[in-house]
Write a protein that binds this ligand. Structure first.
Ligand SMILES: Nc1ncnc2c1ncn2[C@@H]1O[C@H](COP(=O)(O)OP(=O)(O)OP(=O)(O)O)[C@@H](O)[C@H]1O
Ligand SMILES: [Mg+2]
Length: 389
C-alpha cells in the first residue's frame, strides 16, 4: 500500500476494531458468566486502589435524604467506587490512545522511509547527474511532486545538452580563424619583401577582425541565452537607431561600392535597446556582405497596419543573390550558412536576430527584394499602445 492516507486510515480501523473486539468480548462474558466475572472484579479492585490515592476531601459531604430521593440528580456525595470506575475508564482510554498513537506514528514513519532514502540518494549525486528520481517506492501523495521534479530534470538536461553543443560548435568555429591568424603571422614573418609583408599583414588584420566579430557574436549569444540583456526595456525611436547604425556601416558599404538608404518615419518601440541594436546591425551587415558588389540596400522602419492595430516594423532589402525559398527557414539556425552565399561569416548573425525577435514577441517575415531579386527580411513587433496614431 503506497498511499499514506490509506495506511493511516487502515491503522485507525485496526485500533477501532481492536477496541470493539475487547468491548464485545467483555460484554458477552458478562452476559454469560454474570457480575462475578474475574476481569470485573479486577477492574473494581484497580478502581478502588486508584481512588484510595485521592484526598478524602474530594469525595464531599454526605448528601441529604431529599437529594437521594430526587431521580435524575446526582447525590452531592460522590462514592469512592464511582470515582474509581471513572479513573479506570480514563486509564483504559489513555492506554487505547497510546496504542493508537504508536500505530499511527509507525504508519507515518514507514510511509516516509522511502522519502528519506530518496533525499539521501539525491544529496550524494554527482553535479551533472540529471537521471530521473525513482518514484515508485514513494507514497502516492508525494509522487506528483517527484514527477514534476523529474520533468524539470529532463528540461534541464536538454538545456545543458544544447549548451554543450554550443560550446563545442563555438570552439570549432574559433579554431579556424585562430589557425588562420597564426598562419598569416608566419607568412608575414617569412616574407622576403616589404610588399609581401604588407600583403600578409593586411590579411592578418582581416582575419583578426573576423575573429573579433565572431567572439563578440558568441558572447552576445551566451548573454542572450542567459537572459542578461533582458533587464531594461525602454521606449526607443527605431528611426533614430537605424540612422546611427547606417552611419556606422558606411565604410563597410563603401568598400563594396554599395548604396545604403534609410526610409521611414519615427516609430516608437518599447524594447531592449542593446538587443535591437544587435538585431539591426546583423541585418545590415548581411545585406551588405551577402548582397552584390555595387548593389543597393534599403532599410525601412515605421508602422504596419494589421487589422485595427498598428505594429512597429523594421524592414531590410537588398538586390543581391537572395536566399532560396526552401532555405529561408534554415538560415535562422545557428552556424547555418546558405549554399551560394559569398563572404565568410560564421552563421551566427541570424540566430541572434531570431532569438532577439522572440524575446520581443516579434515575428520575422522573409521574401524577395525589389523585382523578385535579392532578399527582404521584415521584423514585425507587437502593437504598442503608445505607438498608435
Ligand atoms: N541578405 C542576404 N542575402 C543572401 N543571403 C543571406 C542574406 N542574409 C543571410 N543570408 C544567408 O544566411 C546565412 C546565415 O546568415 P547569418 O547572418 O546567420 O550568418 P553569416 O552572415 O554567414 O555570418 P555572421 O555570423 O558573421 O553573421 C548566411 O550565411 C547567408 O548564406
Ligand atoms: Mg550575418
Amino acid at each position: 500500500m503506497r498511499s499514506m492516507q490509506w495506511r493511516l486510515l487502515s491503522m485507525l480501523c485496526c485500533v477501532i476494531a481492536l477496541a470493539w473486539c475487547i468491548s464485545l468480548s467483555m460484554s458477552v462474558t458478562y452476559l454469560i458468566v454474570g457480575p462475578d466475572i474475574g476481569w470485573r472484579v479486577e477492574l473494581h479492585a484497580m478502581g478502588d486502589a486508584l481512588a484510595r490515592h485521592l484526598p478524602a476531601a474530594w469525595f464531599g459531604s454526605p448528601g441529604t435524604a431529599r437529594d437521594a430521593a430526587r431521580p435524575g440528580l446526582l447525590p452531592s456525595r460522590t462514592q469512592p467506587a464511582e470515582i474509581g470506575a471513572m479513573l479506570t475508564a480514563m486509564l483504559l482510554n489513555t492506554v487505547e490512545l497510546v496504542v493508537m498513537g504508536l500505530l499511527l506514528w509507525r504508519a507515518v514513519v514507514t510511509a516516509l522511509r522511502p522519502l528519506r532514502s530518496t533525499s539521501e540518494s539525491l544529496s550524494s549525486r554527482r553535479a551533472f547527474d540529471l537521471s530521473p528520481v525513482p518514484v515508485e517506492a514513494l507514497p502516492t501523495e508525494l509522487q506528483p511532486l517527484l514527477q514534476s521534479f523529474n520533468a524539470m530534470l529532463v528540461r534541464l538536461d536538454s538545456a545543458m545538452q544544447m549548451e554543450r553543443q554550443f560550446i563545442a560548435d563555438a570552439a570549432h568555429e574559433l579554431r579556424t580563424p585562430l589557425a588562420a591568424l597564426h598562419l598569416q603571422a608566419e607568412v608575414a614573418l617569412a616574407a622576403g619583401t616589404l610588399q609581401g609583408k604588407d600583403q600578409a599583414l593586411g590579411k592578418l588584420i582581416d582575419v583578426s577582425l573576423r575573429t573579433h566579430r565572431l567572439a563578440e557574436q558568441l558572447l552576445d549569444t551566451a548573454r542572450l541565452e542567459a537572459g542578461l540583456h533582458r533587464c531594461g526595456r525602454e521606449p526607443l525611436d527605431l528611426l533614430v537607431v537605424c540612422r546611427m547604425i547606417i552611419d556606422d556601416f558606411w565604410i563597410q558599404a563603401a568598400r563594396r561600392d554599395c548604396r545604403l538608404d534609410l526610409d521611414g518615419s519615427a516609430c516608437l518601440l518599447t524594447c531592449d535597446p542593446d538587443e535591437i541594436g544587435i538585431l539591426i546591425r546583423n541585418l545590415v551587415d548581411n545585406a551588405i556582405r551577402h548582397g552584390h558588389v555595387g548593389g543597393r540596400v534599403r532599410l525601412r522602419c515605421g508602422y504596419l497596419r494589421r487589422g485595427d492595430l498598428l505594429h512597429p516594423m523594421l524592414e531590410i532589402e537588398d538586390d543581391g543573390p537572395g536566399v532560396a525559398a526552401e532555405e529561408r527557414q534554415a538560415i535562422f539556425t545557428r552556424f547555418h550558412r546558405a549554399g551560394g552565399a559569398s563572404g565568410r561569416g560564421s552563421g551566427i548573425g541570424l540566430s541572434l536576430v531570431a532569438a532577439i525577435a522572440e524575446n520581443h514577441e516579434a515575428t520575422i517575415e522573409t521574401g524577395c527584394g525589389p523585382g523578385w531579386k535579392g532578399f527582404r527580411l521584415r521584423v514585425v513587433f507587437p502593437s504598442q499602445l503608445g505607438g498608435q496614431g
